[in-house]
Structure formats: structure tokens, C-alpha cells
Design a protein around this ligand. Sequence first.
Ligand code: F6R
Length: 256
Amino acid sequence: MEIIIQPTQQAATEVAARLIATLLRDKPDAVLGLATGSTPLSLYQTLISMELDWSKVKTFNLDEYIGLPREHSQSYHSFMWENLFRHINIRKENIHIPDGNAKDIPRICEEYEKMIAASGGIDLQVLGIGTDGHIGFNEHTSSLASRTRIKTLTKRTRMDNARFFGSEEAVPFHVITMGIGTIMEARTNLLLAFGANKAAAIAEAVEGPIASSNPASVLQMHRSVKVCLDDPAASKLQRAEYFRWVYDNKPDWQTF
Ligand code: F6R
């Protein structure tokens, strides 16, 4: 894991955006895995401002609520169109988001996995992290080998997401999420976390034991993970000074 700590959310976001911009320039038909929620908002704004060419890029979103109409303001379909897709030159047929209104959920989950494989696999997966350590909506005790499937949100995640829906009761109970096994197959994972409320989950994920009690900790087993943090999200890391030192002393050819 490469831990990149920056003084502000904007500075950490810019590092992440540069990484994605470099990928899209090197590989114009790259396959990106995308996340929703408050964390990637500044990343999407920065990417939009870079005016990159998305005409050959394919995207796969991590997750979607089950039962929310697509047009609902909090569906992840709406989120992605509002915050990224309508601002870039991506082709509609290259966008993939799980269908939370499908009649046969297991079947579309299987198809989602097949579509990812048919596209050649995900080059870079953007991840946020829940305050309980979830990635995608793989809540604690998710199988570390899981594939795209239905999950039930924890009480804590429903409380965390109540801020988007106006009340906890309005947050759906069920979601479709890529599995942890699916995420682990992305060639690179790019995890972003901002704010002190993510500090405990980040410390466990980066420095704790690998355990399904903090699903993000499995990323320690992945060969290419970058973790972009602001100072508050890094505040519980015991080795923060070491991580800063490594980043500040990277050889020129390794910087991005
Ligand atoms: C969203 C997702 C979730 C969020 C996580 C953090 O697609 O997969 O894992 O990244 O719940 O959410 P925010 O960014 O709103 O704190």
C-alpha cells in the first residue's frame, strides 16, 4: 500500500486526479471502477476541469441501492450523471451501474461480473471507505472473496447516509455491491478518505490485521493500492511520519 498524506482534501484529491489523468492519457480505452458518496465529489470536479478525453473509457460503478427509482435524487445513477457523466464526453453505452430495480437480482449480479470480465477487467478502481471500514457496500464480516451480490446495510451505514436522504428511515436497507473479490481483481485500487471521522477506519485498514471486521484491510493483500488521505483522515496512523517521508523522497521517475 502506498499511503499519500496531504494537508488538505483538495491537495489529496489532486494527487488522485493526476493518477487517473495519467492512466487515461496512457490508455485512452481504460476501464475505471467508480464510487459515489461525498468522498469522490471533489475528485470528479477536478477530473471535469481537466477536460480529459473519455470517449473510449468504460466505467463500472461499485454499487447501487435496491428499490430506489433510477430518477430518485439519491440513486447512484442520478449521482453519477449529475456529478460526472453529464459533464464529460463519455459514451452512454460505456457506463455500467448495477440495476437496483431488476426483477432477478442474482442474475444481473452475475451478468455484471461477466461484463467486467468481458471489458478486460478494471484498470483502476476508485474507493471511498465507510466509518466501519466498508468498501463498496461490503459491510463488516463480508466474505473477503465475495462477488457482486445483494447486501444489507448496517445500522451505522444507514445512519451515516441519512444525511443524503433527510432521515434514516428513508435510506434503503438493501444494495447491490461489487464483492471484495471483485474489487481485489482491479489492477489498481485508489482509496480516498477525508476527515477525522474516517481516521479510525483508515488506521485499522492500513495498520491493523487483515480481517473482515474491517473489509478495507484486505487491500493490504493487493499488489497496487494507493491511499490518498488528508491530515485529519491520517491522524490515527501510527506511522504517518514514515508515510510522509516516503512520499516526499520518491525518486523523480516514480512521482505522479
Ligand atoms: C459508494 C461506496 C461507499 C462509500 C462509503 C463512504 O459508492 O461504495 O463505500 O465510499 O460509504 O461514503 P462517503 O464518501 O459518503 O463518506
